[in-house]
Design a protein around this ligand. Structure first.
Ligand SMILES: Cc1cc2nc3c(=O)[nH]c(=O)nc-3n(C[C@H](O)[C@H](O)[C@H](O)COP(=O)(O)OP(=O)(O)OC[C@H]3O[C@@H](n4cnc5c(N)ncnc54)[C@H](O)[C@@H]3O)c2cc1C
Length: 298
C-alpha cells in the first residue's frame, strides 16, 4: 500500500501533520521503525519524518546541564567532547551501539522511545538520572526517564506528543569510576544480552562511598536496585565485595529467555559484570589489589 510520507522542517508543520493524520508513524533515523514497517509488523496510514526538524537537534548547555535534542544522532553524541568527559558511561555505550551506519542514522530519541530493554543508551541515562522533555501543541513537560519508560516498548508518551530531548546533569567529580559494558553474542553489531552501567565514588582508601548501578536486558525495563547499591557502601572496591552484590543481582533481575540467551545465563552474567568494576579500577592503579577471585553462588 502506498502511503503519504511527510518530510517536515519545523515543529509547526509537525503539529499540523499530526492533527491531519493522528495515527501516522513518526520516525527519526528510521533504524527501528522502518524495518518493522518492511516486515509488515505495523501498517500506519502515513509516515512523518522528523530528520529535518532543526528544533529537535540542539546539543547545548542550558540551565546548568546539557540538553540533547531527541534528533541528535548517536554519531554526533559520540564525537562530542562533553559527553566523553562528563558522561563517560554514555560515551562508552555509544561506542558499542550498532554499526557506524546505525550510529549515523539512529537518534537518542529513537533509542529512548523504542524502550527496548536492550537499548544501549538507557542504562547510562538511568545512572545519570536524566529527564526526558515531551512536547505537544499545548506545551512541554519533563519527567525522569526512570518513570517515563514503563515497559518493554512502552513509554508514557501520549497521542499527539513527541519527545523533544533529554536533560542531562553530570555527576559530581567524586564519581571517579563511570563505566558501561555490554555482553552480546559477538563483538560487533550485537544487541546486548546483558549490559551494566555503573558510577561509583571511591574514596582515597579504596572504599565505595556512593554507587549507582543499572542493568539492561535483564527485565522489562532497565533494572536499578537501591538495595544492591547500598550493599556496596563503606566496603572496599574488591572482588570479594562484589561477590555478595553479584548474588543479590542474580536474585533481583528478572530476565527472559529468548533467541539471544537463556534467562539463567543472563542472571549469571548480570552478577558477573560487577567483577569488572574492581578490575577496571585496578587497571589504572598498578598497586591496587582486587582481592580473591572466587565467584558468586548463582
Ligand atoms: C542492524 C541494527 C543494529 C542495531 N544495534 C543496536 C544496538 O547495538 N544498540 C541499540 O540500542 N540499538 C540498536 N539498534 C536499534 C536502533 O538502531 C536504535 O534504537 C536507534 O537509536 C533508533 O533510533 P532511530 O532514530 O533510528 O529511531 P526510529 O526508527 O526513527 O524510531 C524508533 C521509534 O521511536 C519513535 N520516535 C523516534 N523519535 C521520536 C520522537 N522524537 N518523539 C516520539 N517518538 C519518536 C518512532 O515513532 C519509533 O516508534 C539496531 C538496529 C539495527 C537495524
Amino acid at each position: 500500500m502506498s502511503r503519504p510520507v511527510y518530510m517536515l522542517s519545523g515543529m509547526d508543520e509537525l503539529w499540523e501533520a499530526l492533527e491531519r493524520c493522528p495515527h501516522a508513524l513518526i520516525f527519526a533515523g528510521g533504524t527501528d521503525a522502518l524495518p518493522r514497517l518492511r516486515r509488515n509488523l505495523i501498517d500506519p496510514p502515513a509516515l512523518i519524518c522528523l530528520e529535518r526538524i532543526a528544533e529537535l537537534r540542539p546539543l547545548e548547555e542550558r540551565d546548568g546541564g546539557l540538553f540533547i535534542g531527541a534528533g541528535v544522532t548517536h554519531e554526533t553524541l559520540l564525537r562530542d567532547r562533553r559527553i566523553a568527559q562528563r558522561w563517560p558511561a554514555l560515551h562508552q555505550a555509544l561506542r558499542v551501539l550498532g554499526s557506524p551506519h546505525i550510529r549515523h542514522m539512529g537518534t537518542i530519541g529513537g533509542n529512548i522511545v523504542t524502550a527496548s530493554p536492550a537499548g544501549d543508551t538507557l542504562p547510562p541515562l538511568y545512572i545519570y538520572d536524566t529527564e526526558v522533555e515531551i512536547r505537544s501543541p499545548q506545551g512541554s513537560r519533563r519527567a525522569p526517564i526512570r518513570e517515563w519508560i514503563i515497559g518493554p516498548g512502552k513509554t508514557a508518551l501520549k497521542a499527539g506528543e513527541v519527545l523533544t530531548g533529554v536533560w542531562a546533569s553530570p555527576l559530581d567529580d567524586e564519581f571517579n569510576l563511570q563505566y558501561y559494558e555490554k555482553v552480546g553474542q559477538r563483538n560487533a553489531l550485537a544487541i546486548s544480552v546483558v549490559s551494566l552501567a555503573a558510577a561509583l565514588k571511591i574514596g582515597e582508601s579504596g572504599v565505595i562511598e556512593d554507587a549507582r548501578l543499572a542493568w539492561g536486558s535483564v527485565g522489562p525495563t532497565v533494572v536499578r536496585s537501591k538495595d544492591i547499591e547500598d550493599s556496596l557502601l563503606g566496603r572496599p572496591l574488591r572482588h570479594d565485595t562484589m561477590v555478595r552484590a553479584a548474588e543479590m543481582a542474580c536474585d533481583t533481575v528478572k530476565p527472559i529467555s529468548d533467541v539471544r540467551a537463556s534467562a539463567d545465563y543472563r542472571r549469571r552474567v548480570a552478577g558477573a559484570l560487577l567483577y569488572r568494576l574492581p578490575e577496571v579500577w585496578g587497571s589504572t592503579r598498578p598497586d591496587y589489589g582486587v582481592g580473591s577471585t572466587a565467584g558468586a553462588r548463582c
